[in-house]
Design a binder for this molecule. Structure first.
Ligand code: GTP
Ligand code: SPV
Ligand code: MN
Length: 575
């Protein structure tokens, strides 16, 4: 069946030849050399086995407007996804993919998402004409031998730029026309025209989230846009937490936080995606399906994230960052001032006032490079989750931390999430938008049914994790962040940990419990500003609840769960 699929794609795309990837180091090095020769990669002088790539300036982020869920029935894609009839889409794709790999090599990548020997692991095959994608997939997924896997999710990717006889390639081939199509029933992914990130590394958002969430719904588990971390207190007691924040809202940074509180420490299981199943003991267990990190570079520094800085010292691919004359990389936030003689992400001499690195510039690095990778990070059973956190970028309104009164109200917190848009996707930067569960771009079926799926998970026999909401991004009148974030976020994690232990009091508000007191030892913050972080402004929140009800009803109609509507009424009544 796999062989047939490969043959049919070869016939359709007409590549010069086919290369079945084995995932070996030799293969990586050979491809990296090829990419160097083509000008896609520049080998970094300052970092061992590391490379610098610049994308085409038009191909820098996920393209949500060109992403489709092609379910048989339009209703099943739901109101938050673009939909096209699968037959129509297949016809369109066959047209696009016809001869699209001419002059190129077609690579076949068999891979696994999830730990070795885990019952939760799933398998995929990505066919691609981009050696950059092969190198990235080698880091981001677990490359396997085809016969190790079963029930493959099939994926086809092309940069959409066939080469004529003798035509010279460009460093970053791509096509102005882009389509990222998902077939949830056939469990297939077709991606055309982009070589960047989640558009092209099909194991990540396309498989592990969009197709994954659909499989999870069918099989009764969860595929979520969440980091997974372990938190240890000064007595050596450890708890695992999963947290969903929208793209570029702080998952990687929280997942490998360096604690500013003595005795508290964090270990990292994953920074972007969690697959979670209830065990026989009634607890929720999470695995990270990925094998590496595709992390936002700008803002990453010795001060904000020393762990990540250590992690990317070698064996890393950098894309769309700036390039120094010593042969190293640089981005905004890495140091106060840009180094002399900098080349910006477009390949031009850096000009003051312009961006040296693209806002969505990223590093690609194996999780084995993470100095605080959790000892149970690859445990086939996963790690037991005691708390789930939802968060977004909200300059106003949302308090620093709130604990939901129960599972249903926690699910409502997830559903009610909205966040200011970031550069991780095309769209108007900074615009506030609803992003339920940080899954708006990633839920592979009807979002109303997804809410219901979350509600249905709660049973008498299960020990449901407690649910919290956080907001690191509240601003003062001057427009500065009130909360210093990053390593200081451990103060909030400490409160959450102690709430789970039952050793910390919570103050009742309309939304849930907020801290009576946060550990602020050694923190420089104005008492008045700190108070603002816990304020639940009833009038403003009442309005938010009204807006939410409007959003839920007009968007999801009958498929907005009754229980969530009732929970929203409870919030409203308590204001
Ligand atoms: P994706 O990979 O797109 O899913 O993003 P992410 O959720 O992993 O976000 P990441 O941790 O990479 O952070 C994105 C941006 O937000 C970076 O520029 C960070 O420096 C910044 N950031 C992260 N955490 C904090 C925080 O606690 N406070 C502030 N002010 N900024 C933060
Ligand atoms: C995100 O946008 O949430 C990412 C980056 O993690 S990408 O893989 O491009 O989707
Ligand atoms: Mn993400």
């Amino acid at each position: 069946m796999i062989k047939q699929f490969i043959n049919s794609i070869q016939t359709l795309c007409e590549p010069d030849r086919v290369h079945i990837c084995d995932g070996s180091e030799e293969e990586f090095h050979a491809l990296a050399q090829l990419l160097e020769k083509q000008g896609t990669f520049v080998r970094l002088q300052k970092r061992e086995n590391s490379f610098y790539a610049r994308s085409d300036p038009s191909d820098v982020a996920r393209v949500e407007s060109r992403t489709f869920i092609c379910s048989e029935n339009r209703e099943n894609a739901g109101p938050t996804n673009n939909w096209k009839d699968p037959k129509e889409m297949k016809a369109l794709l066959e047209n696009l993919f016809k001869g699209c790999m001419k002059g190129r090599v077609m690579y076949v990548i068999p891979y696994a998402m999830g730990p070795k020997n885990s019952p939760y692991t799933k398998f995929g095959i990505e066919i691609t004409d981009s050696p950059y994608v092969v190198c990235s997939m080698k880091i981001m997924a677990r490359i396997i031998q085809i016969d190790e896997g079963k029930e493959f999710v099939l994926g086809v990717h092309s940069v959409g730029m066939p080469l004529k006889e003798g035509e010279k390639d460009v460093p970053w081939p791509c096509n102005q026309e882009k389509v990222i199509a998902h077939f949830p029933e056939a469990k297939e992914i077709w991606s055309y025209g982009s070589g960047y990130g989640g558009n092209a590394l099909l194991g990540k958002k396309c498989f592990a989230l969009r197709i994954g969430s659909k499989i999870a719904k069918e099989e009764g588990w969860l595929a979520e846009h969440m980091l997974i971390m372990g938190l240890t207190n000064p007595e050596g007691k450890k708890k695992y937490i999963a947290a969903a924040f929208p793209s570029s809202c702080g998952k990687t940074n929280l997942a490998m936080l360096t604690s500013s509180l003595k005795g508290w420490s964090v270990e990292c299981v994953g920074d972007d995606i969690a697959w979670m199943h209830f065990g026989k003991d009634g607890r929720l267990y999470a695995v990270n399906p990925e094998n590496g990190f595709f992390g936002v570079a700008p803002g990453t520094s010795e001060k904000s994230n020393p762990i990540a800085m250590k992690m990317i010292e070698k064996d890393t691919i950098f894309t769309n960052v700036a390039y120094t004359k010593e042969g190293d990389v640089w981005w905004e936030g890495m140091s106060e001032t840009p180094p002399e003689g900098l080349i910006d992400w477009r390949g031009n001499p850096y000009k003051k006032g312009e961006k040296a690195a693209h806002l969505n510039a990223r590093f690609t690095v194996s999780k084995k490079r993470c100095p605080i990778y959790d000892p149970l990070g690859d445990d086939p059973r996963g790690v037991p989750i005691d708390a789930i956190i939802f968060g977004g970028r909200r300059a106003a309104l949302l308090p620093l931390v709130v604990e939901a009164y129960d599972w249903t109200e926690g699910v409502l917190m997830g559903a009610a999430l909205s966040s200011e848009m970031t550069a991780a996707a095309e769209g108007a930067l900074g615009d506030l938008r609803h992003d339920p569960f940080a899954m708006l771009p990633f839920c592979g079926y009807h979002m109303g049914d997804y809410f219901q799926h979350w509600l249905d998970l709660e049973t008498q026999e299960r020990k449901m994790p407690k649910i919290f909401s956080v907001n690191w991004f509240r601003k003062n009148e001057k427009g500065d962040y009130i909360w210093s974030g990053f390593g200081e976020n451990v103060r909030v994690l400490k409160w959450i940990f102690n709430r789970l232990e039952g050793s910390e009091v919570g103050v009742k508000t309309a939304l849930g419990f907020v801290p009576h007191e946060l550990d602020t030892t050694g923190l420089k913050i104005d008492e008045k500003e700190l108070k603002k972080l816990f304020l639940v402004d009833s009038a403003a929140y009442s309005k938010e609840c009204k807006d939410l009800l409007g959003y839920f009803q007009t968007t999801f109609g009958e498929r907005f769960p009754r229980n969530l509507k009732d929970a929203l009424t409870r919030w409203q009544d308590r204001m």
